[in-house]
Design a protein around this ligand. Structure first.
Ligand code: ADP
Ligand code: MG
Length: 623
């Protein structure tokens, strides 16, 4: 492959322009590299600083995007020609230095990458899904011919290139020997990122991009990290069972990695949005409106919807004086008969959550729910650390369907993931602790397929008490035939279907009497009261701005209820009543206060969450 980079006709001394910029803006950094090489060997240039550096800055910045390789060479030329490192041996150091750029204004989505971007400099946002071990990779291979002649071959990403012969005239030797000692190696790590969940429109599968990180960029990133990766898009030819294909795979030749949670403006809230949010917060019917905005096509289940709405807002994570942390995320489990709209609800919540991920307990990925160290084709024989759903949903909601069917390994790591909100991996020399600060919304079917009225609940939930006790709320959803309710559900479902159909027909072929007013009236029961886009923003706003503190009255109410619970608890129930329930009550009360963007948790919040907790515990902890 040839990197075809056309050159400007205009004659400008680029080296001089770069030297001017670097000596004005990066003098100290360059001197430090000069002093501390090889410990410090990367010059990190802020793209914005360059772009703001007058007319030449704008030009150089533009050039980087289209002709990155040329720019890297020009920067090195400038460093060399103007002796910016202030070292006699600078010419030896400069080729070994890394020129890195960060803070690019425009980000490309993985799904929008196209062939015209090949060999250009791009900035991609994503969440790290997999990382391989860091291993040396050969970049300059030196071969020796039995005749004694040495040949050097530069090596790229992917396939190892061997010379056919040493190339000397009349040399007949075919087998050349690789000389390790004379070859050059670099640390390399393969990373796979996937699109961030909040960038996806509900239900889309995230797309992935592989990253080739080398030298001091290796070993920095862990699965689950949210990153901006900057670099040059490159292609590599696919090989299908030995024959070269005409299609190419792309990867990003990594130039820099930026980490951060704050940099991610997950949800963009304008001033207009803020006004709408504040108005909604003052609405006297706020709680009802919110519950009715969660999966309105699902009839009933108001208690579950209320709980889920609290989960979306979440409690407040706290750091204890002893350095330990207390989670703020609320975990909810739905155990119910099949066909009761559990899956439907989970999918809806994922759409509403600013960072939601839907997965099934019997998911096919090797990482499962938490994380795993695997040896697969991605790692090319090396160990790969792969993030599962709970790591990818960090700072969001992980909806896990069919939880009762999850693998054994997941079950044990789930304990840690749910309470400490970390996942530790120690396998094959890989030791890592990944973050999983997410709220878990689980759904499971009863052990026997359906609930049996005559068998104790604890025998029917296919999960150990240790796991169950980590859920703040557990709902038992039974599907007993009940004339009135069944009829209401049936009408509700048919309404959603028929109105949907009517609108489709009307769009194709306007129907007399069907106008917007009519549609709105007919749709009312199945339309969310709060528009989902605004609702997402509302949640993000609350999480960013509301940190309520508990009042004495609320405290008293919660403690009183907890004391009562301890007395009521019966030993033969699946969920033991422990201090965990008190923590759950506090978290839920925080979420309740947050829902109206309040600064304090009032007695009403306590009463509201006690009602919800009690209706759950009545079934699983006492009678
Ligand atoms: P589960 O995961 O509990 O087995 P699903 O979420 O797959 O059930 O639901 C089965 C179907 O029944 C879905 O299409 C769902 O919309 C419908 N359904 C079940 N209960 C209700 C309800 N209360 N209101 C509206 N639709 C319902
Ligand atoms: Mg289901």
């Amino acid at each position: 492959m040839i990197d075809d980079e056309s050159f400007d006709v205009e004659v400008v001394d680029k080296s001089k322009e770069w030297a001017d910029f670097l000596s004005k803006k990066y003098k100290q950094e360059i001197r430090t590299i000069g002093r501390e090489f090889p410990y410090k060997r990367s010059l990190i240039i802020n793209y914005e600083t360059l772009q703001k550096f007058g007319k030449s800055g704008v030009r150089l910045a533009d050039e980087l995007l289209s002709y990155p390789n040329k720019v890297f060479a020009e920067v090195r030329d400038a460093l060399r020609a103007h002796n910016l490192l202030a070292r006699k041996d600078a010419h030896e150091i400069i080729p070994r230095m890394n020129i890195r750029f960060i803070n690019l204004p425009r980000k490309t989505l993985v799904r929008d990458i196209r062939s015209e971007q090949m060999n250009t400099f791009v900035s991609v946002e994503g969440i790290i899904r997999k990382t391989t071990e860091v291993r040396p990779r050969i970049v300059e291979a030196v071969f020796r011919c039995p005749s004694g002649h040495m040949t050097l071959r530069e090596q790229g990403y992917g396939k190892f290139v061997e010379p056919e012969s040493c190339g000397m005239a009349d040399c007949t030797h075919k087998r050349l020997e690789l000389i390790h000692l004379k070859s050059k190696f670099v640390d390399a790590q393969k990373i796979r990122i996937q699109e961030i969940p909040e960038g996806l429109r509900g239900g889309e599968q995230p797309q992935i991009l592989d990253i080739d990180a080398t030298d001091d960029l290796t070993g920095l990133a862990a699965p689950g990290d949210r990153v901006i990766v900057n670099g040059v898009l490159r292609s590599i030819q696919r090989v299908n069972s030995g024959t070269k294909s005409t299609t190419f795979d792309i990867y990003l030749d990594c130039n820099s990695i930026e980490f951060g949670e704050k940099e991610f403006e997950e949800v963009n809230i304008t001033e207009e949005d803020e006004a709408q949010i504040l108005e909604l917060a003052r609405d006297p019917n706020l709680y009802r409106k919110i519950a009715h905005s969660i999966a309105p096509t699902i009839y009933g289940n108001d208690d579950v919807k209320e709980a889920v709405s609290l989960q979306l807002f979440g409690g407040i994570a706290k750091e204890m004086p002893d350095g330990s942390t207390l989670r703020g995320d609320i975990h909810v489990l739905l155990v119910g008969d099949p066909g009761i709209a559990k899956s439907q609800l989970l999918r809806y919540v994922v759409k509403l959550s600013p960072r939601g991920i839907y997965t099934s307990g019997k998911s096919a990925t090797s990482a499962g729910l938490t994380a795993a160290a695997v040896k697969d084709e991605f790692g090319d024989g090396k160990w790969t650390l792969e993030a599962g759903a709970l790591v990818l949903a960090d700072m969001g909601v992980a909806a896990v369907d069919e939880m009762d069917k999850m693998a054994k390994e997941d079950r044990s790591s789930l304990h840690e993931a749910m309470e400490q909100q970390t996942i530790s991996i120690a396998k094959a020399g890989i030791t890592a602790t990944l973050k999983s600060r997410c709220a878990l919304l689980g759904a499971a079917n009863p052990k026997l397929g359906r609930f049996d009225e005559y068998v104790g609940i604890s025998e029917q939930i296919n999960m150990p008490p240790s796991l169950l006790s980590r859920f703040d709320l557990i709902f038992i959803m039974t599907d007993k035939p009940e004339k009135q309710r069944d009829e209401a559900i049936a009408l509700h479902i048919l309404k959603a279907h028929s109105v949907g159909e009517l609108i489709m027909q009307h769009k194709k072929n306007p129907i007399d009497g069907v106008n917007e007013e009519y549609i709105e009236r007919e749709l009312a029961p199945v339309t969310p009261e709060i528009d989902p886009v605004l609702f997402r923003k509302y949640i993000a706003y609350a999480k960013r701005n509301s940190f309520p503190i508990i009042t004495e009255e609320a405290k008293g109410t919660l403690v009183e209820y907890y004391m009562k619970l301890r007395n009521l608890a019966s030993a033969d129930k699946p969920v033991p009543v422990t201090a965990r329930q008190l923590e759950a009550l506090v978290r839920l009360a925080e979420a309740s206060a947050r829902t109206r963007l309040s600064m304090s948790i009032e007695r009403d919040d306590a009463v509201r969450v006690i009602r919800i907790v009690d209706s759950c515990l009545r079934k699983v902890a006492y009678d």
